[in-house]
Write a protein that binds this ligand. Structure first.
Ligand SMILES: Cc1cc2nc3c(=O)[nH]c(=O)nc-3n(C[C@H](O)[C@H](O)[C@H](O)COP(=O)(O)OP(=O)(O)OC[C@H]3O[C@@H](n4cnc5c(N)ncnc54)[C@H](O)[C@@H]3O)c2cc1C
Length: 448
């Protein structure tokens, strides 16, 4: 139930964002006796969580090998431990709320030589990080593969059902969930925090920004994250997988089964790209064409897209917005694996905010650590590309006298996304509807 706007009401904690990160954090804090409000710009789950492909796996494509480029082995090991905790938390939550948990093996498979090299590296890093992974030459996939990394006993969920149950539990624990409450700014005020909304304001002791791409400029998170948009679809298909599969090839493809409207369907995902760059319809069509040609007789039933944040450091960011500012916390950077790592991030934040003992694996998720320096090169490259996009966009706009609108975050020239009828920013991934309203942050203001 939505509570009407009030400017005079004060909470211990205001959580901005009703995805898995925000709702899990809110639930843990409400269970811990804190007065909590969740402020969600649209409806809970309307962001990435409700549109994810629902795999809850510790084998995450080639994530660990990529993270190991900018993190020491100890941090990668702790990231796996964090995921294990988050995954166990979610498994227990689903079990105690009557939500189906479909146990599945997960694979990272390779079709190409490059994919095989990456998958074998993932095997090595995953083993060193404590995962009981093995190499298999044969898989159930109905096309030739060079082999795959396999991890048993992972699972898949319906993420929209998880979000609904989390919301109900937040409210049952005394928390308040406000939808259609877009937060414009989060600032210190007296000895607490003031959040300005489109209509009114909320005051609290601590604010947790769980908006996927953090809002606000403090902490410069937008410069440490890259918004990655990707596509998914369900199909009727004669072939339905038993396991959950993800390719290590340049052409990333995700596969799982899903039970929807009484039918067993094939779910595919992939074709990721930086939001606002390249042709969204071409990316979407590449995935759909691949699916219908690879699985003879398959027909697309439903297709959608969403975006998540890839952190320059390779691991999520959890903690104060800037070092030492414990009143404003940020949680982000799940790199398309938030279903297991966001609950871990919430457990870490809750330990911090409820004065508990932080888990030993928490260091892998901390925002401000010396190991972030290892990622400075990657962040610099990403920002150089952002600068280039900014310059090219404005030059084209001037030369062609075009009327493309400017992003309300940092003034990037927006690109028209014909696949979703939206204006997308190639700088930091903000998106706007045809009515100018914000669809995805970091922007908080509609187009003028
Ligand atoms: C196509 C796709 C498939 C994926 N599949 C998987 C998978 O199989 N397994 C897995 O583990 N992960 C997967 N992921 C990643 C996973 O979905 C995300 O990591 C996770 O959902 C992120 O959760 P979140 O709470 O951080 O963000 P979100 O779910 O996006 O929640 C953020 C919320 O904040 C709200 N918000 C934004 N700005 C404001 C504001 N100013 N005021 C108030 N509210 C605001 C948004 O409306 C949104 O509801 C996938 C991602 C994509 C893109």
């Amino acid at each position: 139930m939505n509570t009407p706007p009030k400017s005079d009401r004060s909470y211990d904690v205001a959580v901005v964002g009703g995805g898995i990160a925000g709702l899990t954090t809110a639930l843990l804090l409400a269970r811990g006796g804190r007065a909590v409000v969740v402020l969600e710009a649209r409806e809970v789950g309307a962001g990435t969580t409700g549109r994810s492909t629902g795999k809850v796996s510790l084998l995450q494509g080639t994530k660990l090998a990529r993270a190991s480029r900018t993190n020491p082995p100890e941090a990668v090991h702790r990231y796996v431990e964090a995921g294990r905790e988050g995954q166990a938390w979610l498994r227990h939550f689903c079990a105690t709320h009557g939500l189906p948990v479909d146990g599945r093996d997960a694979t990272t498979y390779a079709v190409t030589e490059t994919g095989e090299r990456r998958a074998r590296r993932e095997l090595e890093v995953a083993r060193a990080a404590g995962l009981d992974v093995g190499w298999v030459a044969e898989t159930e996939l109905p096309f030739p593969v060079r082999g795959a990394v396999r991890l048993a006993d992972q699972f898949q969920v319906d993420p929209a059902a998880v979000v609904r149950a989390l919301r109900a539990d937040v409210e049952a624990a005394g928390g308040v969930v406000r939808e259609h409450a877009r937060v414009r700014s989060v600032d210190h005020h007296d000895d607490g925090v003031r959040l300005r909304l489109t209509d009114g304001e909320v005051r609290c002791g601590v604010a947790v920004i769980a908006t996927n791409q953090p809002i606000g400029l403090r902490g410069l998170f937008f410069a440490r994250l890259t918004a990655q948009r990707s596509y998914a679809a369900t199909l009727t298909s004669p072939w339905i997988p038993e396991g959950m599969h993800l390719s290590a090839d340049d052409e990333v493809r995700s596969l799982r089964s899903v039970h929807e409207d009484g039918a067993d369907l094939l779910m595919v995902g992939g074709s990721g790209h930086v939001t606002g760059r390249g042709s969204a319809p071409a990316h979407r069509d590449a995935l759909l064409d691949w699916a219908v040609t690879t699985f003879a007789g398959a027909e697309v039933r439903r297709a959608w897209s969403a975006q998540d944040q890839s952190p320059a450091s390779g691991l999520p960011y959890v903690g104060p917005v800037v070092p030492g500012d414990h009143r404003i916390q940020v949680v982000t950077g799940f790199d398309k694996w938030g279903l297991s790592t966001a609950p871990a991030a919430a457990l870490l934040l809750a330990a911090d905010l409820l004065d508990g003992t932080p888990p030993s694996w928490g260091t892998a998720l901390r925002s401000w650590t010396p190991r972030q320096a290892l990622a400075a090169g990657r962040a610099a490259l990403a920002n150089a590309e952002v600068g280039w996009q900014m310059a090219c966009g404005h030059a084209q706009r001037l030369l062609r006298h075009d009327q493309r609108p400017l992003c309300t975050h940092l003034g990037g020239v927006l690109a028209w996304n014909d696949a979703e009828q939206s204006w997308d920013c190639p700088l930091h991934g903000s998106r706007f509807g045809t009515d100018g309203e914000v669809l995805d942050g970091p922007a908080t203001r509609a187009l003028g």
